[in-house]
Design a protein around this ligand. Structure first.
Ligand code: MRU
Length: 365
């Protein structure tokens, strides 16, 4: 299995996703600002993967906190978490992971600084292992929606590279294949960062899962021809009503799927659900560097002086979503109710609800 991120000898090691599929090289971070930079520049990307990177970054940062004074340590750690939490705004997994690290810190603070530092490393490693296990459970639950012989369209990369391993949307496809179903994938190229062309295609070719690459504007054409049976995408943040933020272009795919009566599924762990946000309107959308649109690597492809917009995500309203595949099962509309029940099943304390006043005061947001 592809190792997206790992903790090795007090360092965070990540495969450099900017370089794939041309080069398989690894970035090694020994200080937490390097982890922030890696998240910002998309060395590592994908909601669950950046959550794990944030946790490991926080564990790295904690090693640098010297004071043997709980209050000072808490202050220093909160500052580090705030810095890491600001790296990218849309994926809630970042905040979720940092809140979990803060809760771990609070629980161990009275036992001495060395103990807290070790506990934080263990917690980050646990998140990585849990994420892979969750993806496999999600795959099991979600593969039911794929029929033998289906062609599934996916957008962006919601695979092993976007997670601790196995993937969310691609995990569902992997599980369908493991269950003996014949499944083909259509991968949108996903302008402007080309996660589909570079990452999804790379993963699926390695796994011998038949994959056809199309440009984003071809999806409607192939849907109309009856060549797509299901759409399965990932998510960066899901509001309490089921509205789902994902890579820019997902909304257009959802509208097209509805027009062609094709089931549209979102696959995401419960850590991607943000019950504090009522609807997609309130999800912060990251605006990225215009250079991602005007340039192909170092080559300028747009004329000088052109104005550019580059929102990295859009929100698909819940009405377009057939089901939300999570580790607790496939949630059905009405999502407000099924999400509430799923989060209860997954343990709400992990999502931040039911926190003590002290914990709430100390979370990273
Ligand atoms: O900008 P990116 O590459 O981080 O965007 C990633 C996505 O939109 C993924 O679909 C999402 O994070 C789900 S990953 C399991």
């Amino acid at each position: 299995m592809i190792k997206t991120i790992d903790w090795k000898e007090n360092r965070v090691v990540m495969i450099d996703q900017r370089k794939l599929p041309w080069e398989e090289i690894y970035v090694v971070c020994s200080e937490y600002p390097q982890v922030i930079e890696a998240i910002r520049t998309m060395v590592i990307r994908g909601a669950p993967a950046i959550g794990i990177a944030a946790a490991m970054g926080a564990a790295l940062g904690a090693q640098t906190l010297a004071p043997d004074n709980p209050e000072e340590f808490r202050k220093g750690f909160q500052g580090i978490c705030r810095e890491i939490g600001a790296a990218r705004p849309t994926a809630v997994n970042l905040t979720w992971a940092l809140e979990r690290m803060s809760t771990t810190m609070e629980g161990r603070l009275s036992g001495g600084m060395k103990g807290v530092q070790k506990a934080l490393i263990r917690e980050a490693a646990r998140m990585l292992a849990e994420d892979v296990a969750i993806n496999k459970r999600m795959g099991q639950a979600g593969q039911e929606v794929i029929r033998d012989g289906d062609t599934v369209l996916t957008h962006c990369n919601a695979g092993a590279l976007a997670t601790g391993g196995y993937g969310t949307a691609l995990g569902v496809i992997r599980a369908a294949k493991a269950a003996g179903k014949k499944v083909r994938v259509f991968a949108d190229e996903t302008r402007p960062f080309l996660q589909g062309t570079r990452l999804t295609a790379w993963e699926l070719v390695r796994d011998h899962i038949p994959v056809t690459l199309i440009t984003d504007n071809m999806a409607g054409y192939f849907m109309k021809k009856g060549m797509i049976d299901r759409v399965i995408v990932g998510a960066d943040r899901i509001a309490a009503n089921g509205d789902a933020a994902n890579k820019i272009g997902t909304y257009s795919v959802a509208v097209l799927a509805r027009a062609h009566r094709i089931p549209f599924y979102v696959a995401a762990p419960c850590s991607t659900i943000d019950p504090r946000i009522k609807s997609g309107e309130a999800i912060p959308i990251e605006e990225r560097d215009p250079r991602e649109v005007t340039h192909w690597r170092d080559l300028r492809i747009a004329p000088e002086g052109i104005s550019v917009l580059n929102p990295a995500f859009d929100v698909t309203p819940h009405g377009y979503i057939t089901g939300i595949i999570t580790e607790t099962g496939v949630l059905q509309p009405p999502f407000t109710r099924s999400i509430r029940e799923a989060l209860r099943g997954a343990g709400m304390r992990e999502r931040g609800e039911g926190r003590s006043k002290r914990e709430a005061k100390n979370v990273a947001r």
